[in-house]
Ligand binder design. Structure first.
Ligand code: SAH
Length: 434
């Protein structure tokens, strides 16, 4: 075949799939993700297909009424193709597939024949992107004898190039201004999402803080304007209203503004306020999630937030204040892991307040400083000892404090812990004094 590669918008359009095996299941899932209405014709369904139909049964089409998927449980008849925009056949029986393809031709409906002797008028591309990236989608179609493994090889390479931003997918026509809030993760570049990196590399302006990925100016374009709004020694941070003003101002000049933050923007990151400021000014705003220190800092010290048999609840709290009733309740509960951010300066009084409220002094505590940085450190103790231990050890921000049974040393295999982190253990106050 010679192929004219086209992009089909199948949203709310009927696609008929003949066959009920795993190939059909894969294709049906893709077509449904693209918004197509599906009619499946097959006397029997494979287990995968049954699972898929169960999942899809919950869904409806975009108008919310018509079932988006129907199954006709019998052998195929030509009338099943009525109203289709596209046909897919994979019955496992070559003559049936050929029959469907021939009927499709007569009816002038494009047909993908996924059988062994493909005879269809169309082929589905192996897509490198599930959805579009920067408004483009990339895929590979073979034109000669089908060679799925070759197609997948090329597709994978394209995917890799997209992930490393090696393909110039950014729009050439200047887009209208917008703001993208980026969760940058806990520091290292490879703990930032691919999507966040892609936005950074296509941004005109980057507004960043003290926490979050360092060293990014080295790998973004030279012409990008970089604005540091974070605290630095001897300098006050830029007030939030001023940050909001900068974001809106640059976007209104038609620029793409990347607002880069540590961790995730919606975890003590004032991301919500920035979204509201942009909305109020009529500036389009998006949010890219990031790996929060809530998860990444404990992880780096080998502390899981939940663990079968020890903790099944997580409580996250701002440690600038003394623990309130909900936090005290969480601290009392053996099965809750309490994660305290911004809590190092208040740690002794935070622990004292918990003890006063009757929480057991034996509750394990791990303080993870500068997680995922070269000078990372983990200081351990219990609620009864941690105030003094932290002072003696001069624990400083940024640090995440984990309180709960999961913070107990040796919960996970020691080898695993060491692989991720240098762990300094301070078990008791006496040990520190020695
Ligand atoms: N939005 C961020 C949190 C901002 S609040 C996130 O999702 O991670 C700032 C607090 O985050 C710090 O006081 C500290 O408690 C924690 N923090 C951020 N980065 C950290 C890191 N690399 N190591 C330890 N704690 C960190």
């Amino acid at each position: 075949m010679t192929a004219l590669m086209t992009g089909l918008d199948v949203r709310d359009r009927l696609v008929v799939l003949v066959g009920g095996g795993d190939v059909t299941a894969r294709r049906a899932a893709r077509l449904r993700d693209a918004g197509a209405v599906l009619r499946i014709v097959a006397p029997r369904l494979s287990d995968t297909m049954v699972g898929l139909l169960d999942r899809l049964a919950e869904e409806t089409d975009s108008s919310g009424r018509v079932p988006a998927v129907t199954w006709i449980p019998r052998r195929y008849r030509e009338s099943d193709l009525d109203g289709a925009w596209l046909i897919h056949t994979a019955t496992g029986v070559d003559v049936v597939d050929a029959e469907v393809a021939a009927a499709a031709d007569r009816l002038r409906i494009w047909c993908v024949d996924a059988g062994h002797a493909p005879d269809g008028s169309a082929r589905l591309a192996a897509q490198a992107t599930e959805d579009s990236v920067d408004g483009v989608t990339l895929g590979v179609v073979s034109t000669g004898t089908p060679d799925p493994r070759r197609v997948v090889k090329v597709r994978d390479r394209l995917q890799e190039m997209l992930d490393t931003s090696a393909l110039p997918t950014a729009p050439v026509r200047p887009p209208a201004g917008r703001v993208v809030l980026l969760g940058g993760g806990p520091g290292p570049r490879d703990l930032m999402t691919v999507r966040a990196r892609r936005v950074l590399q296509s941004a005109d302006v980057i507004v960043h803080d003290r926490l979050g990925p360092t060293g990014f100016p080295g790998w973004v374009s030279d012409r990008v304007e970089i604005i540091d709004v974070g605290k630095a020694p001897g300098r006050h941070p830029v007030p939030q209203e001023e940050i909001n003003r900068i974001l809106v101002d640059r976007a209104q000049r038609g620029l793409t503004v990347a607002r880069l933050k540590g961790g995730d923007c919606f975890v003590f990151g004032r991301g919500g306020e920035e979204v509201l400021a942009c909305r109020a000014a009529g500036v389009p705003v998006e949010v890219v999630p990031g790996v929060s220190s809530v998860i990444a800092a404990p992880q780096s010290a080998g502390v899981p937030l939940t663990h079968r048999g020890t903790a099944d609840t997580v409580h996250i709290v701002n440690g600038h204040r003394l623990p309130g009733p909900a936090t005290l309740e969480a601290l009392h509960d053996d099965a809750t892991t309490v994660v305290v951010l911004m809590g190092t300066s208040m740690l002794p009084s935070f622990a004292a307040a918990a003890l006063d409220a009757g929480v057991t002094p034996e509750r394990p505590v791990a303080v993870v400083e500068r997680a995922h940085r070269a000078d990372q450190r983990c200081v351990r103790g219990t609620l009864g000892t941690i105030g003094e231990v932290a002072e003696a050890e001069r624990v400083r921000n940024p640090a995440v404090i984990v309180i709960g049974e999961n913070a107990r040393e040796g919960l996970l295999d020691a080898a695993l812990v060491e692989q991720f982190a240098t762990v300094t253990t301070v078990a008791t106050v006496e040990e520190v004094a020695v």
